[in-house]
Design a binder for this molecule. Structure first.
Ligand code: DGY
Length: 319
């Protein structure tokens, strides 16, 4: 058996891999495995440990003649052709739940950082521009008592709602359809997208990437938000039309945006969004706490070992 790791992964669980298995690990820390190498190495692989930066498209599956298991170190799987994997009887494992708190915490971090203009303030001091305390110097927005609108009320949304409640926020959400159970459990209310955008002080995008959610936030939708409101995306960049976001932010028609994900990653330093003072951007670090990433690796490795032994994976996308 051969297991292909497309990134350098350290985990005590690797010791559980039987000695007669072959392990190929791509060890270049900051470089995605090039497509050519990926297609070459997957040709005789039985399992792949992958992540959001690999494109597992139909061409990949055509080369993956022996592949029995795909295990991604992520909850999202929009980079994997699930239909193709399913057609070939290949289970795709992922790592939900263990990252929900970390991603919700990053959403809160971005909400707070945007609200209190933390990015601009840090830069101001570094640029040696601070001359004196000012009555309205970097005056921002309050979060306590404000209204949070969550787009996509799944595992992460529920945790964010609880965290927001602890900050005395009112929480509304939109989903494909209302979920009365969640409403009772969390004391949150359903709105359609338009009403949510009209009412919210903070809008957090948590809907997964799909054909249905592609560019679901564009200039028209951003125009429905309050001029004082803040938009945060910790889901996937494809849910947002970045041209529309740039336009609304540069016209100061919303207050700020906090972005962890982008239409094209890595975003380049000369991207128009990064020229704006009212944008805080971080490099897709939603689940990046050491503890969370260790757990994601653990589940990913267990999924492979179980799968190769013909057992059910811990979490499967296509079963
Ligand atoms: C996920 O799990 O989908 C994240 O975006 C990767 O950290």
């Amino acid at each position: 058996m051969k297991i292909l790791f497309t990134r350098s992964i350290q985990s005590p669980l690797l010791k559980l891999i039987p000695e007669d298995y072959e392990v190929f690990m791509w060890t270049e820390e900051n470089r995605v495995m090039p497509k050519e190498a990926l297609l070459k190495e997957v040709a005789d692989a039985d399992a792949i440990f992958t992540n959001v930066t690999d494109q597992l498209d139909s061409e990949f599956f055509e080369h993956a003649k022996k592949l029995k298991i795909v295990s991604t170190m992520a909850v999202g799987f929009d980079n994997i052709d699930i239909k193709e994997a399913t057609k070939r009887g290949i289970p795709v494992g992922h790592t939900p739940d263990v990252l929900s708190e970390a991603v919700a915490e990053l959403a809160l971090t971005l909400m707070l950082a945007c609200a209190r203009r933390v990015g601009e303030s840090i830069q101001f001091i570094k640029d040696n521009k601070w001359e004196s305390w000012g009555p309205f110097l970097f005056a921002g927005q309050k979060i306590s008592g404000a209204k949070l609108g969550i787009i996509g009320m799944g595992r992460i949304g529920k945790i964010l709602a609880k965290q927001a409640k602890a900050l005395n926020m009112e929480v509304i959400y939109t989903n494909r359809r209302p979920n009365p159970k969640i409403e009772d459990e969390l004391n949150v209310e359903y709105r359609n997208l338009e009403a949510l955008l009209n009412e919210s002080d903070y809008v957090v995008m948590l809907a997964p990437a799909s054909a249905e959610t592609y560019h679901m936030m564009g200039y028209g939708q951003f125009s429905q938000m309050k001029p004082t409101s803040i938009f945060v995306n910790v889901s996937r960049g494809s849910t947002v039309d970045e041209e529309g976001l740039y336009k609304i932010l540069s016209e100061n028609k919303i207050f700020a945006a906090g972005l962890d994900v982008f239409e094209v990653e890595p975003i380049r330093h000369n991207h128009p969004l990064l020229t704006l003072d009212n944008v805080i951007a971080v490099p897709h670090i939603g689940s990046a706490t050491k503890e969370t990433r260790d757990k994601m690796v653990e589940i990913g490795v267990i999924n492979i070992l179980k799968g190769l032994q013909g057992e059910r994976l811990l979490h499967t996308v296509n079963e």
